[in-house]
Design a protein around this ligand. Structure first.
Ligand SMILES: [Zn+2]
Length: 264
């Protein structure tokens, strides 16, 4: 279970199993605690929309400081619904927030370096957090339906193993707030892809329409890698659109929330 925390107006989730390690600062932001208005109210972390760049930068600053991180050091992903897991080093510090985003494709970020806060953005797609509590390796992945089918979560775990020597029993994984089966209605074509790839339980009929369970498909791919410590928060963005940004609920008129994690 994720825990909802409040610091003044700023509200964010944390993962108790990650906190207990003492190895990281981390959090998943909500709509609360920022400066944006309208459909971006208020903690919008989405650049390139009708919200002003100044607002978004101020929101990144407020979120980072609320989580105890240095805003100038944030390293932002480049989310293009692909399956590239990018290794982050000191050279990347500031990417995407303090300076331009130089990544071409980076739906997942991974590092074993301390004091480099990595960030991925969400509004229905599935946030994945990883921590190797033995070796001190962190990763974040953006797993929308395309990324889920491309198994970006599984590929992130494989990279933890191949590049850092992680053992599955040392990996903590967490599945953050995202659109759940209750609201993720899809066309038959998408449902068929999930059924073929992950089995019939990942696409369920509600009347004559299929709903996809991305979180189940993700748990399956993590379990295939031997990861069993998976905290699936079970929180639906679309069911909780007062607190969370949901693309589906708002037909795309929404901001972004952020998953943040940093080794300390
Ligand atoms: Zn829902």
């Amino acid at each position: 279970m994720f825990r909802l925390n409040k610091k003044g107006n700023f509200e964010y989730y944390t993962i108790p199993s990650f906190e207990e390690t003492g190895l990281v600062r981390h959090g998943f932001t909500t709509r609360r605690g920022g400066v944006s208005g309208g459909c971006y109210e208020s903690m919008n972390l989405r650049f390139n929309c009708d919200d002003s760049r100044e607002n978004v930068l101020e929101n990144f600053r407020l979120a980072a400081e609320g989580l105890g991180m240095e805003p100038e050091r944030l390293v932002l992903s480049k989310q293009v619904h692909e399956d590239i897991v990018r290794t982050v080093t000191e050279d990347d510090v500031g990417n995407g927030v303090a300076r331009e985003n130089r990544f071409d494709s980076a739906d997942a970020l991974i590092t074993d370096k301390k004091n480099i806060p990595i960030v991925t953005l969400f509004a229905d797609c599935v946030p994945l957090f990883f921590l190797d509590r033995r070796l001190g390796v962190i990763a974040l992945a953006h797993s929308g339906w395309k990324g889920t089918v491309k198994r970006i979560g599984q590929k992130t775990v494989r990279k933890m193993k191949s590049d850092y020597g992680s053992r599955p029993e040392d990996i903590l994984a967490a599945i953050g707030p995202s659109i759940q089966e209750c609201h993720f209605e899809v066309g038959d074509d998408v449902a068929e892809i999930f059924i073929n790839e992950f089995g019939k339980d990942t696409a369920v009929k509600y009347g004559d329409r299929y709903h996809v369970d991305m979180q189940r498909a993700i748990r399956l791919q993590l379990e295939e890698e031997g990861v069993s410590n998976i905290d699936d928060c079970g929180i639906c963005t679309c069911c909780n659109s007062e607190l969370l940004f949901s693309h589906r609920k708002t037909n795309g008129r929404r901001g972004n929330m952020g998953a943040f994690i940093e080794l300390i």
